[in-house]
Ligand binder design. Structure first.
Ligand code: PLP
Length: 386
């Protein structure tokens, strides 16, 4: 048996994406910065990709910056905007929240530790939600950047980004959102969302790994993290990775064109999983927001359960899942996310994330529902005797 339920970690590359990328490895291999026809062909491919993505995000092509991954997009957005704003004398206060991906969380911590910034981590409720009022109460005169994720990678919660961005803008503050998990699953219209910056990563929506996008609204002051030959409007130097740029654009184009079909399928699979698990297993809770969550995302917390052991047991049975917790084999540590949601130590080692994809079938879900109860039971027995 082989059931992959870890699509939030990564997705396979769509065959159509691979096909679009292949000629740019060894056939059209020019450097887009070169003046000759090889270069021009590569440059044309990069600019086509930029226009495709801009059309889907509803922005201008020159507001799309290609990066090497979602993490780089987050780093460039948060550090770049923070440093630019402080240089302009606007202040040194940042706002984020404890459930951000570490690409944002650790960037904020680094800015605090090494660059004398001051960061507020907004409190979240038990579903990982943040209201505009909570943000409003944290805003200060010297707040320069607010970074709040669109979709949470561990618990699937979708934040009300348009309302949160409006709060930041009322104070003249730049707003960034990490939309890495939302690619292909949520409509990403940057005008409707009202964000100044938005991060994406190709491998979360059936594109290649190692390529990301940062949308940067025109006029948003940003200091580049990577200096050099002034590629990407001076915001991200480095020779373009043409095949991967072609790939991320093709993947987003497909995800956009087939949005209804795929998201309807994800929701059906996700709900079958959630209903089955909550109905048939004792001492388990759904984590994240039950309504406002990613279509593909089912996440749970199991009482008195070591999630790492559970993952290994599931892997031995051919099921790929992941944990919401940061525990390591032999050295379990409670999940900071589950702690921030208010769970006590009986629960904080027991996070399980199951994320469905285009290939997931109802039979896959039913197999998981059959295997999971006995696996959890076995792992819980080990917990009691440990
Ligand atoms: N942000 C979120 C919410 C993510 O889930 C991830 C990856 O899992 C990233 C950023 C980092 O993306 P990448 O793997 O492309 O660096």
């Amino acid at each position: 048996m082989s059931i992959y339920l870890d699509h939030s970690a990564t997705t396979p590359v769509d065959d159509r994406v691979l096909e679009a990328m292949l000629p740019y490895f060894s056939q059209h291999y020019g450097n887009p910065s070169s003046i000759h026809q090889w270069g021009q062909m590569a440059e044309a491919a990069v600019e086509r990709a930029r226009r495709t993505i801009a059309g889907i995000l509803n922005c201008r092509p020159d507001e799309i910056i290609f990066t090497s991954c979602g993490s780089e997009s987050d780093n460039l957005a948060v550090r770049g905007a923070a440093v630019a704003a402080r240089h302009a004398g606007k202040g040194r206060h940042l706002i984020t929240q404890p459930l951000e991906h570490s690409a944002v969380g650790k960037t904020c911590r680094q800015l605090e530790t090494y660059f004398d910034f001051d960061c507020t981590y907004l409190p979240v409720d038990s579903q990982g939600q943040i209201t505009p009022t909570v943000l409003e109460n944290a805003m200060r005169d010297d707040t320069t950047v607010v970074s709040l994720m669109l979709a949470n990678n561990e618990i699937g919660t979708l934040l009300p980004i348009a309302e949160l961005a409006a709060v930041a803008h009322a104070h003249g503050t730049v707003f960034h959102t990490d939309a890495v998990q939302a690619g292909g699953q949520v409509v990403l219209d940057v005008q409707a969302l009202g964000v100044d910056m938005l991060s994406l990563s190709g491998h979360k929506f059936y594109g290649p790994k190692g390529v990301g996008v940062l949308y940067v609204r025109e006029g948003t002051p940003l200091v580049p993290s990577q200096s050099g030959g002034s590629h990407e409007f001076g915001l991200r130097s480095g020779t373009h990775n043409v095949p991967l740029i072609v790939g991320i654009a093709k993947a987003l184009e497909i995800a956009d064109a087939e949005f209804e079909t795929h998201t309807a399928h994800y929701k059906a699979m996700r709900d079958r999983l959630i209903e089955g698990i909550l109905a048939h297993l004792p001492d388990v809770e759904l984590t994240g927001d039950a309504q406002r969550r990613l279509p593909s995302h089912a996440s749970f917390v199991f009482k008195h359960t070591d999630a790492n052991m559970l993952l290994m047991q599931l892997d031995m049975r051919g099921i790929a899942a992941s944990s919401g917790s940061a525990c390591k084999v032999g050295n379990p540590a409670p999940s900071a996310v589950l702690q921030a949601l208010g769970y006590d130590e009986a629960w904080t080692l027991g996070g399980l994330r199951l994320t469905v994809g285009r290939q997931t079938t109802a039979a896959d879900i039913d197999s998981v529902l059959e295997i999971l109860p006995e696996t959890v039971k076995a792992v819980r027995q080990l917990w009691v005797t440990a």
